[in-house]
Ligand binder design. Structure first.
Ligand code: EPS
Length: 391
């Protein structure tokens, strides 16, 4: 069993999202409005979101595991209220009701609707599936990820995330700001979390066009983590390999269809001499001449920045719907239409960053243990000392 575990619960238009993170050490300073809410606000940004984001203003409430602003080592429970609940109370009632609310019986291609309905016997009302499958759940994954990011920052690990592409619009790598701090502030002020102003403008125009066409757009995001000690994860067993764990957690994010570490797929197209990152000794420290591997070798961190990319398919609710079948009548009809986003790729960047933070925190605790933050810090410092080599 992993040292750190998370669970989420809640429906998109239910009363609240609930999350639990269990296994964090004691002694971590944690305050919701300082450490979690700003990250939730970043996730809510992005051109192309639905009207829903003007209803919600996500705030995390810490319900347990923290006293006087410091973790105790007990499970941390978090709640985020859905403000839209007041408009959906009748439709989402948890108690038996006489009201025959509008049922959804036409699945959307690309959504969990069909498989979930067949699997759980909900063909008479797909809302029982779509409410939980909704990407609203990612608000809680981000909240729990922000808790884990706080732990990472206390052991000298920082991160950034941005959008590489939306539809066919791709950022120009030459326009990437040189420092991570500049990168962070540039992407945070872009409407679509891109560091390239020209690409931001093209992406926004593309989103406008997709909206007019009743269509949706996907894209590719990237997150990077700095300051990771060598040897998080392990080469010795398949289910301890960090690249495998990252692929699993990032693939589990709604609408993600591919995960790439470092140069990923393009590594397969070059000879080994061009792909592998030569090992150098610089000022007594082991380092690399390049980082095509994205900071992972043999299922372990190698001391270089961790680079993870994720590809998101376009949102499956189309205002100009594709063909489907009404599961109650068996008739061919147009797919169900539900209020939705045109593009949520900027939000995905934050979600991937925080999901990776959660996976890294879990792997760090599995690798180093530590019941208190101070113990964990000591063990990581000891590992970092082993990275120094005298020539
Ligand atoms: C979503 C559909 C939209 C999104 C939602 C995810 O919700 P609604 O149907 O209420 O407009 O806004 O995302 C969020 C609410 C959020 O906070 O990210 C879906 O079907 O996945």
């Amino acid at each position: 069993m992993a040292t750190l575990r998370i669970l989420t619960a809640g429906e998109s238009h239910g009363e609240a999202l609930i999350g639990i993170v269990e296994g964090l050490p004691s002694g971590l300073s944690l305050v919701a409005d300082r450490d979690i809410d700003p990250v939730l606000a970043e996730r809510q940004k992005g051109y192309g979101r639905s009207h829903r984001q003007t209803i919600e203003s996500d705030k995390a409430e810490i319900l347990s595991g923290v006293r006087f602003g410091v973790t105790t080592g007990a499970p941390i429970a978090v709640r985020i209220k859905n403000k839209d609940w007041k408009n959906w109370t009748e439709k989402m009632s948890v108690t038996p009701t006489e009201t025959d609310v509008a049922r959804v019986t036409v699945p959307r291609p690309g959504h969990a609707d069909l498989a979930g309905a067949i699997k759980y016997d909900h063909t008479d009302d797909l809302r029982n599936v779509l409410e939980r499958a909704s990407a609203r759940e990612t608000a809680m994954r981000v909240a729990l990820g922000a808790v884990c990011s706080k732990l990472l920052s206390e052991v000298g690990i920082g991160s950034v995330s941005f959008v590489r592409s939306i539809g066919p619009v791709v950022v120009d790598e030459h326009r990437r700001p040189a420092s991570v701090d500049d990168l962070r502030s540039t992407v945070s002020s872009s409407a679509v979390r891109m560091f390239d102003a020209a690409a931001t403008e093209s992406a926004c125009a593309l989103i406008d066009q997709a909206k007019k066409d009743g269509d949706t757009l996907g894209g590719i995001v990237q997150t990077e983590f700095y300051g990771l000690p060598i040897g998080i994860g392990s080469h010795v067993q398949w289910d301890r390999k960090l690249d495998g764990l990252l692929a699993q957690s990032v693939m589990s994010i709604q609408a993600v269809k591919a995960v790439e570490i470092g140069d990923g797929i393009s590594l397969a197209m070059n000879p080994g001499s061009a792909d592998h990152d030569e090992i150098l000794l610089q000022d007594g420290r082991l380092t690399r001449a390049s980082n095509h591997a994205g900071g992972l070798e043999g299922g372990m961190t190698n001391g270089m920045p961790l680079i993870v990319r994720a590809a998101m398919k376009p949102i499956s609710t189309l205002m100009r719907p594709l063909r489907s079948v009404d599961l109650s009548s068996g008739e061919p009809v147009a797919a169900h239409i539900e209020r939705s986003d045109v593009c949520a790729v900027p939000a995905l960047a934050i979600i991937v960053e925080q999901v990776v933070a959660t996976t890294l925190a879990a792997a760090i605790l599995d690798t180093f243990g530590g019941d208190t933050l101070a113990e964990l810090q000591q063990r990581i410092d000891a590992r970092r000392a082993k990275e120094v080599r005298r020539s």
